[in-house]
Ligand binder design. Structure first.
Ligand SMILES: Cc1cc2nc3c(=O)[nH]c(=O)nc-3n(C[C@H](O)[C@H](O)[C@H](O)COP(=O)(O)OP(=O)(O)OC[C@H]3O[C@@H](n4cnc5c(N)ncnc54)[C@H](O)[C@@H]3O)c2cc1C
Length: 441
């Protein structure tokens, strides 16, 4: 680990330009790539980045994907790293190379062939996917919010379903039934956002569609309560808000099958569902399973130590959702949250260059600042940690909304700096005064 001069710089290859990976590539590139002390390469299967916690808003149509995406080529050019397009498929630890699959265009034409990319340090940050636990029908009939394009496709389907319902409704007594499976933050936020956008859609000329009577949104959770990651009182409060706006909350209900028109439950119930979103649990991408002898857990996450190094290869790091990272000195692992990926990216931006210089950086320590959940424009609630030793404080209303808004801004500041983020924020506000609040196509 001593190669660190500009003629032959240390090669840090980061796979996955998501909430964590893009922040890391940007910080390393800006600070060390610019000077040529390290060469930073970012590999991503897509051409653009979108912060994943925004996907429920894309699905509901309250956010336009074309406005919030960051082009990897642009980001690489201005932050002194190299962008390589393609999905990592394999790892060759002996040669210290990753294998990136070929890229094909929309018509199936070959854009890029399979390639091998050499590394001195490899950082894997490929995130997670929805876990359907092998439930029949989910792959065929349910939407998952794994990527911006999938969220966008769900939105198109939603708008079409509203148009269709509006056309067929007079006299038919039909309903549009939307089922969201998974009562975590994603499911809750999506339910609230959908409640809002279906009302806006109806207001834009779908005269036959009365959302209160014709659109039924159901949130289904297998556990005893929604938002298991938050306190019981917050969970009860959110259940109350959702019920108050007409969202049906079913807890203790396990979905066993999804069909084109319904979800079936373990107790034998058949719940009507024209649109199903699956947001129950996560797993790491399957290509990571035991990849070239590295240790992975039962949901294919790479096992890492307190320095975020793979337990079987000190030159390979993993972080964010795809890493099983120890927490609280026990059996627990860090939760799949943007806050975790952000803190780990900041840590690695210091630790990796220190290791290249031959130093021994301290272990990563996670600071839990609590969690927030946004119930559309109805409310934002959460608990903030770290104010009272060992205890969290409950926040809601405008303070919570502001803290929630700040989460994404912190990500943008890490990527674009304060000045550009401030300017983009102001232009975004101005645009919102003239554009419809919900994407209508
Ligand atoms: C709808 C939704 C709402 C959420 N809301 C919140 C929230 O409010 N607060 C919160 O803290 N967390 C939230 N999360 C979780 C949060 O988004 C994740 O914890 C976070 O994005 C993880 O960051 P990451 O860098 O590990 O992975 P990601 O951000 O998922 O990025 C992974 C990247 O890897 C790329 N990739 C994948 N496979 C490959 C491959 N084989 N080769 C190359 N590139 C690859 C992907 O294209 C992507 O760019 C939410 C998640 C969802 C889905």
């Amino acid at each position: 680990m001593t190669r660190a001069h500009s003629a032959n710089p240390h090669r840090i290859v980061i796979v996955g330009g998501g909430a964590g990976g893009l922040e890391l590539a940007t910080r390393l590139g800006r600070r060390h790539g610019r000077r040529g002390t390290v060469k930073v390469v970012l590999v991503d299967r897509t051409r653009t980045h979108m912060w994943k916690p925004l996907l429920h808003a894309v699905a509901a149509g309250s956010l336009n994907i074309h406005e919030e995406q960051i082009d990897y080529l642009y980001q690489a050019r201005w932050n002194h790293f190299e962008y390589c397009r393609g999905a990592m498929r394999e790892l060759d630890r002996v040669e210290r190379e990753i294998i990136v699959g070929e890229v094909r265009g929309d018509d199936g034409e070959l854009v890029l062939p399979e390639r091998r990319i050499a590394y001195d340090t490899l950082v894997i940050a490929v995130g997670s996917l929805c876990n359907d636990f092998g439930t029949p029908g989910v792959a065929e009939h349910a939407y998952k919010l794994d990527a911006a394009w999938e969220a966008h496709l769900f939105h198109r389907k939603l708008v079409n379903a509203c148009f269709s319902a509006n056309y067929h409704l007079p006299g038919s007594g039909a309903h549009l039934d939307i089922a969201i499976v998974g009562g975590g933050a994603t499911g809750v936020e999506l339910a609230a956002e959908l409640h809002n956008t279906t009302r806006v859609l109806a207001a834009y000329g779908l005269r036959n569609l009365d959302p209160d009577r014709h659109i039924r949104i159901r949130l289904i959770e297998a556990g005893p309560r929604i938002l298991p990651g938050l306190t019981e009182s917050l969970s009860t409060a959110v259940t109350g808000i959702l019920s108050g706006i007409g969202v049906t909350v079913n807890t203790g209900v396990k979905v066993t099958e999804v069909t084109p028109t319904a979800v079936h439950t373990a107790s034998g119930e058949v719940l009507p569902a024209d649109l199903v979103v699956w947001a129950a649990g996560i797993r790491a991408p399957a290509f990571l399973r035991d990849i070239d002898g590295l240790e992975t857990d039962r949901i294919d996450r790479l096992a890492v130590n307190a320095h975020l190094q793979s337990t079987r290869d000190a030159n390979i790091y993993a972080f964010g959702d795809c890493a099983a990272s120890p927490w609280q000195d026990g059996d627990a692992t860090l939760p799949p949250r943007a806050q975790v990926a952000h803190q780990q990216a900041s840590y690695l931006a210091r630790a990796l260059p220190a290791r290249v210089r031959g130093e021994s950086p301290p272990a990563f320590r996670y600071k839990d600042y609590g969690s927030l959940v946004s119930i559309g424009h109805h409310d934002t609630l959460g608990n903030l940690m770290g104010f009272v030793r060992g205890k969290g404080i409950r926040i809601e209303g405008m303070v919570a909304s502001f803290m929630y808004w700040l989460l994404y801004r912190s990500h943008l500041i890490a990527l674009n700096g304060f000045r550009k983020t401030a300017l983009d924020t102001v232009t975004g506000w101005m645009r919102r005064h003239t554009d419809p609040h919900v994407k209508l196509h």
